[in-house]
Design a protein around this ligand. Structure first.
Ligand code: 1QQ
Length: 370
Protein backbone atom coordinates (compact mmCIF):
# COMPACT_ATOMS: atom_id res chain seq x y z
CA UNK A 1 0.00 0.00 0.00
CA UNK A 2 2.73 2.25 1.06
CA UNK A 3 4.66 1.37 -2.09
CA UNK A 4 1.54 1.99 -4.18
CA UNK A 5 1.06 5.38 -2.51
CA UNK A 6 4.55 6.32 -3.42
CA UNK A 7 4.21 5.32 -7.02
CA UNK A 8 0.97 7.27 -7.18
CA UNK A 9 2.91 10.26 -5.97
CA UNK A 10 5.55 9.64 -8.62
CA UNK A 11 2.89 9.53 -11.34
CA UNK A 12 1.29 12.69 -10.03
CA UNK A 13 4.66 14.44 -10.00
CA UNK A 14 5.43 13.23 -13.51
CA UNK A 15 2.06 14.58 -14.65
CA UNK A 16 2.86 17.90 -13.05
CA UNK A 17 6.24 17.93 -14.74
CA UNK A 18 4.42 17.15 -17.99
CA UNK A 19 2.27 20.25 -17.51
CA UNK A 20 5.35 22.30 -16.84
CA UNK A 21 7.08 21.14 -20.00
CA UNK A 22 3.98 22.11 -22.05
CA UNK A 23 5.16 25.65 -21.44
CA UNK A 24 6.83 27.12 -24.50
CA UNK A 25 9.82 29.41 -24.16
CA UNK A 26 9.98 32.39 -26.49
CA UNK A 27 13.36 34.07 -26.62
CA UNK A 28 13.66 37.83 -26.93
CA UNK A 29 17.10 39.00 -27.99
CA UNK A 30 18.59 42.33 -27.00
CA UNK A 31 21.65 44.04 -28.48
CA UNK A 32 22.66 46.64 -25.90
CA UNK A 33 25.71 48.86 -25.51
CA UNK A 34 27.16 47.41 -22.30
CA UNK A 35 30.66 48.66 -23.17
CA UNK A 36 32.00 51.50 -25.33
CA UNK A 37 30.86 55.13 -25.50
CA UNK A 38 27.15 54.28 -25.03
CA UNK A 39 27.63 51.90 -22.07
CA UNK A 40 25.82 54.28 -19.71
CA UNK A 41 22.60 53.68 -21.66
CA UNK A 42 22.96 49.90 -22.00
CA UNK A 43 23.16 49.22 -18.27
CA UNK A 44 19.83 51.00 -17.72
CA UNK A 45 18.23 49.30 -20.70
CA UNK A 46 19.20 45.89 -19.33
CA UNK A 47 17.48 46.71 -16.04
CA UNK A 48 14.28 47.59 -17.87
CA UNK A 49 14.27 44.42 -19.97
CA UNK A 50 14.91 42.06 -17.06
CA UNK A 51 12.20 43.71 -14.95
CA UNK A 52 9.63 43.46 -17.74
CA UNK A 53 10.39 39.83 -18.61
CA UNK A 54 10.08 38.77 -14.97
CA UNK A 55 6.91 40.78 -14.47
CA UNK A 56 5.21 39.42 -17.61
CA UNK A 57 6.13 35.83 -16.79
CA UNK A 58 4.77 36.25 -13.27
CA UNK A 59 1.54 37.86 -14.48
CA UNK A 60 0.42 34.87 -16.58
CA UNK A 61 -0.42 37.30 -19.42
CA UNK A 62 0.95 34.87 -22.02
CA UNK A 63 -0.53 31.69 -20.48
CA UNK A 64 1.76 28.83 -21.60
CA UNK A 65 4.41 31.06 -23.12
CA UNK A 66 7.40 31.97 -21.00
CA UNK A 67 9.66 34.82 -22.15
CA UNK A 68 13.41 34.51 -21.91
CA UNK A 69 15.75 37.46 -22.46
CA UNK A 70 19.03 36.85 -24.32
CA UNK A 71 21.09 39.98 -23.77
CA UNK A 72 24.28 40.67 -25.74
CA UNK A 73 26.75 43.55 -25.75
CA UNK A 74 26.87 45.47 -29.04
CA UNK A 75 29.94 47.35 -27.71
CA UNK A 76 28.53 50.63 -29.16
CA UNK A 77 29.95 49.63 -32.57
CA UNK A 78 28.49 48.61 -35.90
CA UNK A 79 30.85 45.63 -36.21
CA UNK A 80 29.94 44.11 -32.85
CA UNK A 81 26.28 45.00 -33.42
CA UNK A 82 26.29 42.97 -36.64
CA UNK A 83 27.97 39.98 -34.93
CA UNK A 84 25.42 40.06 -32.11
CA UNK A 85 22.45 40.31 -34.47
CA UNK A 86 23.76 37.29 -36.42
CA UNK A 87 24.13 35.29 -33.22
CA UNK A 88 20.65 36.21 -31.95
CA UNK A 89 19.05 35.45 -35.32
CA UNK A 90 20.86 32.23 -36.27
CA UNK A 91 22.07 30.65 -33.03
CA UNK A 92 19.54 31.72 -30.39
CA UNK A 93 16.68 31.87 -32.89
CA UNK A 94 15.02 34.70 -31.02
CA UNK A 95 11.46 35.78 -31.87
CA UNK A 96 12.37 39.48 -31.87
CA UNK A 97 15.34 41.73 -31.16
CA UNK A 98 15.33 44.80 -28.92
CA UNK A 99 18.02 47.36 -29.78
CA UNK A 100 20.67 48.09 -30.78
CA UNK A 101 21.26 51.02 -28.41
CA UNK A 102 22.57 53.54 -30.95
CA UNK A 103 20.97 54.70 -34.21
CA UNK A 104 24.51 54.66 -35.59
CA UNK A 105 24.63 50.87 -35.03
CA UNK A 106 21.01 50.29 -36.11
CA UNK A 107 21.71 51.53 -39.63
CA UNK A 108 24.17 48.61 -39.95
CA UNK A 109 22.31 45.89 -38.02
CA UNK A 110 18.65 46.34 -38.91
CA UNK A 111 19.02 45.43 -42.60
CA UNK A 112 20.29 42.02 -41.40
CA UNK A 113 17.16 41.43 -39.31
CA UNK A 114 14.96 42.70 -42.12
CA UNK A 115 16.63 40.25 -44.53
CA UNK A 116 16.14 37.37 -42.09
CA UNK A 117 12.55 38.42 -41.34
CA UNK A 118 13.17 38.92 -37.65
CA UNK A 119 11.22 41.75 -36.00
CA UNK A 120 13.24 44.50 -34.35
CA UNK A 121 11.99 46.88 -31.68
CA UNK A 122 14.14 50.00 -31.38
CA UNK A 123 13.88 51.31 -27.83
CA UNK A 124 16.49 54.08 -27.96
CA UNK A 125 17.08 54.95 -31.64
CA UNK A 126 15.92 58.52 -32.18
CA UNK A 127 17.39 59.49 -35.56
CA UNK A 128 14.16 60.52 -37.30
CA UNK A 129 14.90 59.38 -40.83
CA UNK A 130 15.86 55.97 -42.09
CA UNK A 131 15.39 53.59 -39.16
CA UNK A 132 11.89 52.18 -39.70
CA UNK A 133 12.38 52.89 -43.42
CA UNK A 134 14.77 49.89 -43.44
CA UNK A 135 11.71 47.67 -43.77
CA UNK A 136 8.48 46.24 -42.42
CA UNK A 137 10.18 44.15 -39.69
CA UNK A 138 11.64 47.30 -38.08
CA UNK A 139 9.46 48.91 -35.38
CA UNK A 140 10.29 51.61 -32.87
CA UNK A 141 9.15 52.42 -29.34
CA UNK A 142 11.50 55.40 -28.83
CA UNK A 143 10.17 58.79 -29.94
CA UNK A 144 12.41 60.41 -32.54
CA UNK A 145 14.19 63.72 -32.03
CA UNK A 146 11.70 65.04 -34.59
CA UNK A 147 8.82 64.03 -32.31
CA UNK A 148 10.35 65.56 -29.16
CA UNK A 149 12.67 68.52 -29.88
CA UNK A 150 10.47 71.00 -31.81
CA UNK A 151 7.77 70.93 -29.10
CA UNK A 152 10.30 71.03 -26.27
CA UNK A 153 12.16 74.03 -27.76
CA UNK A 154 8.84 75.81 -28.34
CA UNK A 155 7.73 75.34 -24.71
CA UNK A 156 11.16 76.37 -23.45
CA UNK A 157 11.23 79.47 -25.62
CA UNK A 158 7.82 80.42 -24.23
CA UNK A 159 9.11 79.92 -20.68
CA UNK A 160 12.61 81.43 -20.95
CA UNK A 161 12.11 83.82 -23.87
CA UNK A 162 15.41 83.25 -25.71
CA UNK A 163 16.08 84.92 -29.06
CA UNK A 164 19.61 83.71 -29.94
CA UNK A 165 21.03 80.18 -29.82
CA UNK A 166 24.53 78.70 -30.15
CA UNK A 167 24.67 75.12 -31.42
CA UNK A 168 27.28 72.42 -30.72
CA UNK A 169 26.98 68.88 -32.11
CA UNK A 170 28.89 65.67 -32.73
CA UNK A 171 29.59 65.20 -36.44
CA UNK A 172 30.70 61.54 -36.38
CA UNK A 173 27.49 59.82 -35.22
CA UNK A 174 24.18 59.23 -37.01
CA UNK A 175 22.12 60.24 -33.96
CA UNK A 176 24.04 63.41 -33.03
CA UNK A 177 23.97 64.60 -36.65
CA UNK A 178 20.27 63.81 -37.07
CA UNK A 179 19.53 65.55 -33.75
CA UNK A 180 21.40 68.61 -34.99
CA UNK A 181 19.32 68.69 -38.20
CA UNK A 182 16.13 68.65 -36.11
CA UNK A 183 17.43 71.37 -33.76
CA UNK A 184 18.46 73.60 -36.66
CA UNK A 185 15.04 73.30 -38.32
CA UNK A 186 13.17 73.81 -35.03
CA UNK A 187 15.19 76.95 -34.24
CA UNK A 188 14.51 78.31 -37.73
CA UNK A 189 10.79 77.59 -37.35
CA UNK A 190 10.77 79.45 -34.02
CA UNK A 191 12.68 82.33 -35.63
CA UNK A 192 15.49 81.98 -33.12
CA UNK A 193 18.73 83.35 -34.50
CA UNK A 194 21.64 80.89 -34.57
CA UNK A 195 24.69 82.91 -33.52
CA UNK A 196 27.17 80.12 -34.24
CA UNK A 197 27.66 76.38 -34.83
CA UNK A 198 30.56 74.17 -33.76
CA UNK A 199 31.28 70.43 -33.97
CA UNK A 200 33.21 67.77 -32.06
CA UNK A 201 33.83 64.03 -32.45
CA UNK A 202 33.15 61.15 -30.02
CA UNK A 203 36.79 60.68 -28.90
CA UNK A 204 37.13 64.42 -28.03
CA UNK A 205 37.33 65.41 -24.37
CA UNK A 206 38.27 69.10 -24.66
CA UNK A 207 35.57 71.37 -26.09
CA UNK A 208 36.99 74.64 -24.80
CA UNK A 209 37.90 76.16 -28.16
CA UNK A 210 34.43 75.46 -29.62
CA UNK A 211 32.71 76.71 -26.46
CA UNK A 212 34.86 79.86 -26.24
CA UNK A 213 33.94 80.75 -29.83
CA UNK A 214 30.24 80.05 -29.28
CA UNK A 215 29.95 81.92 -25.98
CA UNK A 216 31.76 84.99 -27.37
CA UNK A 217 28.82 85.39 -29.75
CA UNK A 218 26.55 86.07 -26.75
CA UNK A 219 23.74 83.56 -27.27
CA UNK A 220 20.76 83.24 -24.88
CA UNK A 221 20.80 79.43 -24.94
CA UNK A 222 23.34 76.73 -25.72
CA UNK A 223 21.83 73.87 -27.78
CA UNK A 224 23.78 70.59 -27.85
CA UNK A 225 23.43 67.26 -29.69
CA UNK A 226 25.77 64.75 -28.01
CA UNK A 227 25.99 61.26 -26.55
CA UNK A 228 26.29 61.19 -22.76
CA UNK A 229 30.08 60.80 -22.47
CA UNK A 230 30.57 64.03 -24.43
CA UNK A 231 27.47 65.74 -22.99
CA UNK A 232 28.75 65.67 -19.40
CA UNK A 233 32.11 67.19 -20.38
CA UNK A 234 30.51 69.86 -22.56
CA UNK A 235 28.21 70.98 -19.74
CA UNK A 236 31.00 70.99 -17.19
CA UNK A 237 33.38 72.95 -19.45
CA UNK A 238 30.69 75.46 -20.52
CA UNK A 239 30.05 76.30 -16.87
CA UNK A 240 33.77 76.53 -16.18
CA UNK A 241 34.02 79.06 -19.02
CA UNK A 242 31.39 81.14 -17.20
CA UNK A 243 28.20 80.12 -19.02
CA UNK A 244 25.32 80.51 -16.55
CA UNK A 245 22.47 80.41 -19.07
CA UNK A 246 20.27 77.50 -20.09
CA UNK A 247 21.64 74.48 -21.91
CA UNK A 248 19.26 72.45 -24.04
CA UNK A 249 20.32 68.90 -24.83
CA UNK A 250 19.00 66.25 -27.21
CA UNK A 251 18.15 62.66 -26.27
CA UNK A 252 21.76 61.80 -25.46
CA UNK A 253 21.41 63.88 -22.27
CA UNK A 254 18.58 61.76 -20.84
CA UNK A 255 20.90 59.83 -18.55
CA UNK A 256 21.66 60.31 -14.82
CA UNK A 257 25.38 60.01 -15.69
CA UNK A 258 24.99 63.69 -16.62
CA UNK A 259 24.57 64.70 -12.98
CA UNK A 260 27.02 62.08 -11.77
CA UNK A 261 29.79 63.32 -14.06
CA UNK A 262 29.04 67.05 -14.39
CA UNK A 263 27.86 67.53 -10.79
CA UNK A 264 26.40 70.99 -9.99
CA UNK A 265 27.31 72.17 -13.52
CA UNK A 266 24.34 70.14 -14.76
CA UNK A 267 21.83 72.36 -12.92
CA UNK A 268 19.69 74.20 -15.47
CA UNK A 269 20.17 71.66 -18.26
CA UNK A 270 16.88 71.10 -20.13
CA UNK A 271 16.15 67.92 -22.09
CA UNK A 272 13.19 66.83 -24.17
CA UNK A 273 12.24 63.34 -23.00
CA UNK A 274 10.03 60.44 -23.99
CA UNK A 275 9.21 59.59 -20.36
CA UNK A 276 7.21 61.70 -17.95
CA UNK A 277 8.52 60.18 -14.74
CA UNK A 278 6.05 62.30 -12.76
CA UNK A 279 3.01 60.87 -14.55
CA UNK A 280 0.32 59.67 -12.15
CA UNK A 281 -1.07 57.23 -14.74
CA UNK A 282 -1.68 53.84 -13.13
CA UNK A 283 0.82 52.09 -15.44
CA UNK A 284 3.59 54.53 -14.46
CA UNK A 285 2.83 54.40 -10.74
CA UNK A 286 2.89 50.58 -10.82
CA UNK A 287 6.13 50.62 -12.81
CA UNK A 288 7.85 53.00 -10.40
CA UNK A 289 6.83 50.78 -7.47
CA UNK A 290 8.09 47.67 -9.26
CA UNK A 291 11.47 49.23 -10.02
CA UNK A 292 11.77 50.56 -6.47
CA UNK A 293 11.16 47.05 -5.16
CA UNK A 294 14.01 45.88 -7.41
CA UNK A 295 16.28 48.60 -5.98
CA UNK A 296 16.44 50.46 -9.29
CA UNK A 297 16.00 54.18 -9.90
CA UNK A 298 14.96 54.02 -13.55
CA UNK A 299 15.77 56.56 -16.25
CA UNK A 300 14.10 57.10 -19.62
CA UNK A 301 16.21 54.37 -21.24
CA UNK A 302 15.27 51.71 -18.67
CA UNK A 303 11.64 52.68 -19.12
CA UNK A 304 11.68 52.53 -22.92
CA UNK A 305 13.39 49.11 -22.77
CA UNK A 306 10.72 47.92 -20.30
CA UNK A 307 8.04 49.09 -22.73
CA UNK A 308 9.82 47.34 -25.60
CA UNK A 309 9.27 44.01 -23.83
CA UNK A 310 5.68 45.00 -22.94
CA UNK A 311 4.95 45.70 -26.61
CA UNK A 312 6.43 42.36 -27.72
CA UNK A 313 4.37 40.54 -25.06
CA UNK A 314 1.23 42.35 -26.18
CA UNK A 315 1.96 41.38 -29.79
CA UNK A 316 2.34 37.72 -28.76
CA UNK A 317 -0.88 37.92 -26.77
CA UNK A 318 -2.76 39.46 -29.70
CA UNK A 319 -1.40 36.83 -32.12
CA UNK A 320 -1.78 33.94 -29.68
CA UNK A 321 1.65 32.65 -30.78
CA UNK A 322 5.28 33.61 -30.38
CA UNK A 323 6.85 33.03 -33.80
CA UNK A 324 8.69 35.82 -35.61
CA UNK A 325 5.83 36.57 -37.99
CA UNK A 326 3.29 36.30 -35.17
CA UNK A 327 5.17 39.02 -33.27
CA UNK A 328 5.32 41.22 -36.36
CA UNK A 329 1.61 40.72 -37.10
CA UNK A 330 0.81 41.47 -33.46
CA UNK A 331 2.66 44.80 -33.52
CA UNK A 332 0.21 46.13 -36.10
CA UNK A 333 -2.62 45.45 -33.65
CA UNK A 334 -1.11 47.15 -30.58
CA UNK A 335 -3.37 50.11 -29.82
CA UNK A 336 -3.48 52.34 -26.74
CA UNK A 337 -1.45 49.89 -24.65
CA UNK A 338 -1.11 51.24 -21.07
CA UNK A 339 2.62 51.65 -20.42
CA UNK A 340 4.79 53.84 -18.17
CA UNK A 341 5.37 56.03 -21.26
CA UNK A 342 1.61 56.61 -21.54
CA UNK A 343 -0.87 54.92 -23.86
CA UNK A 344 1.25 53.40 -26.62
CA UNK A 345 0.41 52.74 -30.28
CA UNK A 346 2.46 52.46 -33.46
CA UNK A 347 2.06 55.02 -36.25
CA UNK A 348 1.51 53.74 -39.83
CA UNK A 349 5.28 54.09 -40.47
CA UNK A 350 5.99 51.80 -37.43
CA UNK A 351 7.39 54.62 -35.29
CA UNK A 352 6.02 54.90 -31.77
CA UNK A 353 3.32 57.27 -30.63
CA UNK A 354 2.83 58.53 -27.07
CA UNK A 355 3.15 61.91 -25.30
CA UNK A 356 6.62 63.49 -24.76
CA UNK A 357 7.73 65.72 -21.85
CA UNK A 358 10.55 68.08 -20.84
CA UNK A 359 12.88 67.60 -17.90
CA UNK A 360 15.27 69.96 -16.20
CA UNK A 361 18.12 69.16 -13.83
CA UNK A 362 17.25 70.62 -10.45
CA UNK A 363 18.84 69.76 -7.10
CA UNK A 364 20.93 67.08 -8.80
CA UNK A 365 17.92 65.29 -10.29
CA UNK A 366 15.84 65.23 -13.46
CA UNK A 367 12.54 66.94 -12.69
CA UNK A 368 9.63 67.15 -15.11
CA UNK A 369 8.96 70.72 -16.23
CA UNK A 370 5.32 71.62 -15.69
C1 1QQ B 1 20.40 57.25 -30.75
C2 1QQ B 1 20.13 57.90 -29.44
C3 1QQ B 1 21.10 57.72 -28.36
C4 1QQ B 1 21.17 58.88 -27.43
C5 1QQ B 1 20.61 56.49 -27.67
C6 1QQ B 1 21.36 55.86 -26.69
O1 1QQ B 1 19.08 58.48 -29.27
O2 1QQ B 1 21.51 56.77 -31.00
O3 1QQ B 1 19.49 57.27 -31.58
Amino acid sequence: MRFLGRSFLAVALAALAGTASAKQTVKIGAALSMTGPAAAYGANQKNGILAAVEEINKSGLLKDIVLEAVIEDDASTKEQGIAVFQKLINRDRVAAIIGPTLSNTAFATDPIAQGAKVPVVAVSNTAPKGITDIGDYIWRVSLTEGQVIPGALKSLEAKLGFKKAAVLYGNDDAFTKAGYDVMKQALADLKIQVTGEQTFAKPDRDYSSQLTTLLAQKPDVLVVSALIENASGIVEQARRLGWKGPIFGGNGFNNPALMKNAGPAAEGVYVGTAWNRASTDEANVKYLALMKARGIDPDQFATQAYVGVQVIAEAIKLSGKGGRDDVKAGFAKVKGLPTPLGKFSFLPNRDGDHPPAIQVVKDGKFQIMQ
